[in-house]
Ligand binder design. Structure first.
Ligand code: ADP
Ligand code: MG
Length: 258
């Protein structure tokens, strides 16, 4: 069998970033280098305040690295920055809008309410079991359904890469287990590249292809751990029962703690 090399989507090289405030300079990230491969699910873990959200803002081009570079590799040699979709800590659905008007909000703001885009939204509503909830308000939906709606809104703009900044942290533990598994499986099915920030080590192991461990601030890359679990489906529960799970957990714990 011929092993195909995974394609690099972005390459971060020696990236550093500091915040400047009246009280001085706050170094947030220092000398960060790693590749982001096409279609991979990458998790980033690290202590609170170590620069994880800052790192996503650089990848999303909301901020520019102070030092270092972020290379983008396009097969056609064109210089085109990957289109980024963000999912944040809360689902940010607007209560006064129906589910339909929430999932099409991104398209509306970006003047992209074209037929083709709306057809894609329809397809996702159908696929994610939300079609019959289109006229409901967010408060009438379960936490899991709200997250699905938030995912549709993000996917509607057809991003190349999804950035998930602790998107499940507002959910209670049990809901979180099922919703994180559900949403991440749906993302995998889209074949999109995704980066998940989480402080939940078990979540990272059960979801990601690779985990990047950052040190405390200023964040540096401490370790990059490829995850390979001998399970048929990477659901949260199945993954947690894999024989390798505990070793990964201990390894991560040691890295974070040291
Ligand atoms: P994390 O997401 O890992 O918790 P952040 O990337 O949000 O960390 O922040 C990294 C560090 O930079 C933190 O110590 C934080 O206090 C500081 N920081 C974040 N945003 C700003 C800002 N706008 N101005 C000044 N300092 C900031
Ligand atoms: Mg953060």
């Amino acid at each position: 069998m011929i092993e195909t090399q995974p394609k690099v989507l972005m390459a971060l090289k020696n990236v550093s970033y500091s915040y400047h405030s009246l009280s001085g300079e706050i170094p947030a990230l220092s000398n960060i280098s790693f590749n982001i491969y096409n279609e991979e699910f990458l998790a980033i873990v690290g202590p609170s305040g170590c620069g994880k959200s800052t790192l996503l803002s650089l990848i999303a081009k909301l901020n520019e690295p102070e030092q270092g570079t972020i290379f983008v590799e396009n097969p056609d040699g064109m210089i085109r920055y990957p289109k980024v979709g963000y999912m944040l800590q809360r689902d940010h659905l607007f209560e006064w809008r129906t589910i339909y008007r929430n999932v099409t909000l991104g398209l509306e703001i970006n003047h992209q309410l074209q037929e083709e885009r709306l057809a894609y939204v329809e397809q996702l509503l159908e696929e994610y079991g939300l079609s019959s909830f289109r006229n409901k308000k967010p408060s009438e939906l379960s936490g899991g359904m709200r997250q699905r709606a938030a995912l549709i809104r993000t996917l509607a703009l057809n991003p190349d890469i999804l950035l998930l900044d602790e998107p499940f942290s507002a959910l209670d533990y049990q809901t979180r287990l099922s919703v994180s598994g559900d949403i991440c499986q749906l993302i995998r099915k889209t074949g999109k590249t995704a980066i998940l920030i989480t402080h939940d080590l078990s979540e990272a192991i059960s979801i990601a292809d690779r985990i990047i461990v950052l040190s405390k601030r200023p964040g540096t890359v401490k370790k990059i751990i490829p995850i390979s679990l001998s399970v048929a489906h990477k659901t949260p529960l199945e993954s947690r029962n894999a024989v390798e799970f505990r070793d990964y957990f201990n390894l991560l714990w040691k890295e974070i703690d040291s």
